[in-house]
Design a protein around this ligand. Structure first.
Ligand SMILES: [Zn+2]
Length: 429
């Protein structure tokens, strides 16, 4: 039996939390247990759930593995992650998703829920074995060609129709391919000054609008990955006002950084550390995304943790890979962008980083309130410290964090997965 002493559940008054047999068995004052964890001043949150993680295994184990990626997740306070399908081989069959799911179980740092590809080989030509992946041991409910857009409207319609049979959801990477050929950075003043090919907001917004209409037409569930523009927010707000089954996520980096980082930043201009898909946008977009996350138009934060080895990032901008790591800094960035600004309280953070993503992914046993009888998936977080981001201290196999040179608030002190500590005193167990 473990007792966590004086933790502020969702930022409330200090309480003791007793853990027995993997469950929260009691919440109160003056509780005793065999192992005592002092949590004075710490916030207790439900274990975080990420809808969008690239673990890179199988195929790019030089960037990340299920083992290293789930360690990073635990360090970031996560107890469940969804592993994206753009691996090699692609996670487009029951065999591959079961392999990833099993590797997650073996690693044991957090639950791993494989995302199934929508189309075979992410080629956008034929639907993958959606039903077989749903029926597999991995019980896939989220399907995405992430990294690529399901741009064919007929295929997208068929996928939306198909997943209804098992209450699945299609998570779209909204990027009109013809409008983004050779695109490097948000189309605007900064891309113009830097001479980088522009990536227009409309390339994202046009696909989101089309897919909201398709989802409404067939009565299915659509989830929009990494929303990055103010226009996308307006479309999603409109779709929700119609009562359509549309959900959306925003990444920590789109809540904090702008395309201006590519021009002026602590690490100098043209640094591909800021190259990401979708691209960093303008300050107006950042403001709209924060407001949308606060008012619930955007349902959740998802990291889009995208590890790349040094040789793929430390090269010239046009040749560099797109993506940033984010699991270990997500909660700190959300504190900086949403809590310190007064837009969300800790209950709101729990909702956007645990409850809602678990619901969208149809997870049972994750994303539940910290109440007696619930699985003891708990993150203890110290919001009072501020530390410079140190890429060399991260446990991800990759180092491509865009927050190098910044000082961010907060630190995950402990993470519990069904009562078992995966992180204690800020270190892996
Ligand atoms: Zn994506």
């Amino acid at each position: 039996m473990i007792v966590i002493r004086n933790a502020r559940i969702l930022g409330g008054e200090p309480r003791d939390i007793l853990i027995a047999n993997g469950l929260i068995s009691e919440i109160g004052a003056g509780l005793g247990g065999e192992t005592v964890i002092e949590a004075e001043g710490l916030i207790a949150l439900p274990g975080l759930v990420d809808l969008h993680t690239h673990l890179r295994e199988p195929g790019r184990e030089d960037a990340e593995t299920v083992e290293t990626g789930t360690r990073a997740a635990a360090m970031g306070g996560f107890t469940a992650v969804h592993a994206m399908a753009n691996t090699s081989p692609v996670a487009d069959t029951a065999g591959v998703v079961e392999q990833v799911w099993r590797r997650g179980q073996e690693a044991g740092h957090c639950d791993v829920h494989p995302v199934g590809a929508v189309t075979s080989g992410l080629e956008g030509k034929h639907l993958a074995e959606l039903g077989a992946m749903a029926d597999s041991q991995a019980r896939v409910r989220v399907f995405s060609d992430d990294g690529k857009c399901v741009s064919d409207a007929v295929l997208m319609r068929r996928a939306l129709e198909y997943v209804k049979a098992f209450d699945g959801v299609v998570a779209q990477h909204a990027q009109e391919p013809r409008l983004t050929e050779g695109a490097q950075l948000n189309e605007g003043e900064v891309s113009g000054r830097l001479g980088l090919t522009g990536w227009p907001a409309v390339a994202e917004e046009a696909i989101i609008a089309r897919d909201c209409l398709l989802a409404a037409h067939v009565g299915s569930r659509l989830h929009v990955c990494h929303v990055s523009t103010a226009g996308s927010v307006e479309i999603i707000r409109w779709a929700k006002s119609k009562g359509w089954n549309v959900t959306a996520e925003v990444t920590p980096h789109h809540l904090l950084l702008t395309d201006g980082c590519a021009e002026a930043s602590p690490v100098g201009p043209y640094n591909p550390i800021y190259k990401v898909n979708p691209p960093l946008r303008t300050q107006e977009d950042v403001t709209a995304l924060r407001e949308a996350l606060a008012d619930g138009t955007i349902d959740c934060v998802a990291t889009d943790h995208a590890p790349h080895p040094v040789e793929d990032k430390e090269t010239e901008w046009a040749a560099a890979a797109m993506g940033m790591i984010g699991l270990e800094t997500a909660l700190s960035v959300v504190q900086e962008a949403m809590v310190e600004t007064g837009l969300l309280d800790w209950a709101g953070v729990a909702d956007r980083m645990s409850f809602r993503p678990a619901r969208i992914g149809r997870l049972s046993g994750q994303g539940l309130p910290l109440e007696v009888g619930a699985p003891a998936n708990i993150t203890l977080y110290d919001p009072a410290v501020r530390t410079p981001v140190d890429p060399t201290a991260m446990v991800s196999r990759s180092r491509n964090t865009p927050y190098q040179g910044l000082t961010l608030p907060g630190r995950v002190v402990a993470t519990f997965l069904r009562g078992r500590p995966t992180v204690l005193d800020g270190k892996l167990v």
